[in-house]
Design a protein around this ligand. Sequence first.
Ligand SMILES: Nc1ncnc2c1ncn2[C@@H]1O[C@H](COP(=O)(O)OP(=O)(O)OP(=O)(O)O)[C@@H](O)[C@H]1O
Length: 375
Amino acid sequence: MSDDPEDRMLGWDESVFRDEHVFEIDWLPETFKHRDTQMETLKYALRPAVRGSRPLNVIARGPPGTGKTTAVQILFDELTAQTEVKTVRVNCQMDSTRYAVFSRLFAEIFDYEPPSSGISFKKLFSQITDKLVEEDEVLVVALDDVNYLFYESEASDTLYSLLRAHEAHSGAKIGVICVSSDLELDVIDALDTRVQSVFRPEEVYFNTYGQAEIADILGERVERGFNEGVVGPTVLDRVAELTEEQGGDLRVGIDLLRRAGMNAERRASRSVETEDVEAAYDKSKYVHLSRRLRELSDSETALVEVIAAHDGQQAGDIYDAFSEQTDLGYTRYSEIINKLDQLDIIDADYTNVEGRGRSRELTLNYDADAVLERL
Ligand SMILES: Nc1ncnc2c1ncn2[C@@H]1O[C@H](COP(=O)(O)OP(=O)(O)OP(=O)(O)O)[C@@H](O)[C@H]1O
């Protein structure tokens, strides 16, 4: 083996990382900086629950990766540890219908799944509310990524049932926190009027972090995640800068740090340099895309694949290619297009086509290879 340190490999027991877990997506930060105002409003809204009353409802909005889920998680952990309030966070990407949301509530409240043979929604609903009344419990439900309920046209029914629970079953006390990262979606406006008349939420906005805030927040991860002196201020600033360029989603920064650390180890270096960050950026900048693609159904994934192969073509022509693979009708096809458009995976803009009137042109918002690699 050569003596050149560049050619050396790090031993198994040598690492730039002190604790790699802090770069995992579900790691809950110990300090939650730059979110005091948002946390105060959330606490204000939830305080009645601690006194045994129905809390205020909340809409928490803001771009991806600005700490909305973390805020809810921290508050829910506190409520569970210190009070009698029951809390459930529903991930609406996974549970995107009213029935699925209530099945999740059932499972969390009873500690076992509802019968797999299926029971009517009415029964599911009344078992949950009966139990809350019986135990005199207040339930706070966070509908995380609530925008997915809108994409499936399930939002109004779901919220209506949750918000009217106290009337339908006298005394059931439920508060709702709607979390949305779709800034183009006006949650209240998009609900049926019957829901609007009972939904007057407090609004909490999670603004994008600035570069200095990003560096400050990521600094904590660096301290906990890397050994001392591995990541210097120049590297941290570059990570913060690139994260801001990608819309300020902290996930990009966290992923960049981890990948840069791995790149440094590959070079057998004990410190992370900006070149390791630059090399990681090509992968890290796609964290949004990976996350969105991961949650798609089989037919949605199939359509993304077809669009990748026919990027920029008209919706009608792409449907011809798509229908060779699936037996979905044009209506469902259009719904999937709308969803992919709302998720920013594609653009579906109307254009005038000679002799055919107005038609939608479907283009991927990302490099086709980057998309296909992640499906
Ligand atoms: N102020 C903060 N301090 C420390 N870590 C943070 C902070 N804000 C966000 N994070 C971290 O950034 C990542 C993304 O945060 P989170 O999931 O809460 O964002 P979000 O706004 O809910 O995103 P989305 O809308 O895409 O679901 C998480 O790993 C979280 O720990």
